[in-house]
Design a protein around this ligand. Structure first.
Ligand SMILES: [Mn+2]
Length: 244
């Protein structure tokens, strides 16, 4: 069952599909790297593991990017923080400021609402059909043991508390990478995540970690081709942690 929290895309029959790691407001650097892989806006699609905003210089371009017909992102924990910051009665100003939210905090109220509404349209999970099977995209990790568990949990969400229980894993969970768990996700061809900066992309079982901290050094993104599961730059066998 597909809910508004989970969005599915049919196979791209005409061009290539890529997933890019965390962007964090570095859209100008991203554009340069897209040109380097000869990204074709007419036929190719770019998926994103989320964390589009905060820390980098062009966070306010996020609405333009959400509106691009070839760009499809899931929410990351930074989108979630931004949306929560704009909710009435929020007292997390200092917390969001510390996490790079100055660009939004400095805006007028009606603009903040416009940005929060745009980010809230993003799903938490994306499924893409490929010749080799279904590939999933979430920001941090799945919720539960299988992708189907997570989709079912999203389908059963009828309160903010239930949603928070699922999104705590989807947006924040680092257990798999911290424990170097190679067990993978059994009911998917692959799952692609960001959230934890690495020097080089890596795979734990069929879970691909592609946040190579392009935003930390001003532009070195990983693009994972969804059909071949090869990436630019290529992945390494062992985890190389980024000193964030
Ligand atoms: Mn994150």
């Amino acid at each position: 069952m597909i809910t508004k929290y989970v969005q599915r895309f049919a196979r791209n029959a005409v061009g290539r599909d890529f997933v890019v790691g965390d962007i964090h407001g570095c859209f100008a650097a991203l554009e340069i790297e897209l040109a380097a892989i000869r990204f074709d806006e007419c036929i190719d699609r770019l998926f994103s593991v989320g964390d589009l905003v905060d820390r980098g210089p062009q966070s306010s371009a996020v609405i333009d990017w959400i509106n691009k017909p070839w760009f499809h992102a899931v929410q990351g924990n930074h989108e979630d923080m931004a949306i929560r910051y704009v909710e009435p009665g929020n007292r997390d100003r200092d917390h969001y400021m510390m996490n790079g939210g100055a660009w939004l905090i400095g805006m007028q109220r009606h603009q903040q609402v416009e940005y929060a509404d745009a980010m809230a349209t993003l799903p938490y999970a994306i499924e893409v059909e490929t010749d080799g099977g279904l590939v999933g995209i979430v920001h941090a990790d799945i919720h539960g043991k299988t992708w189907a568990d997570m989709v079912q949990a999203f389908a059963c969400v009828d309160s903010n508390n239930k949603l928070k229980r699922v999104t705590n894993d989807v947006l924040w969970n680092r257990d798999r990478i911290q424990s170097e768990d190679h067990s993978g996700v059994p009911d998917m061809r692959a799952v692609v995540v960001g959230h934890t900066p690495l020097r080089r992309p890596a795979a734990l079982g069929n879970v691909y970690h592609i946040d190579t901290g392009g935003w930390l050094r001003g532009g070195s993104f990983t693009f994972l081709n969804l059909e071949t599961l090869e990436s630019t730059p290529p992945r390494t066998r062992s985890l190389e942690w980024e000193a964030a």
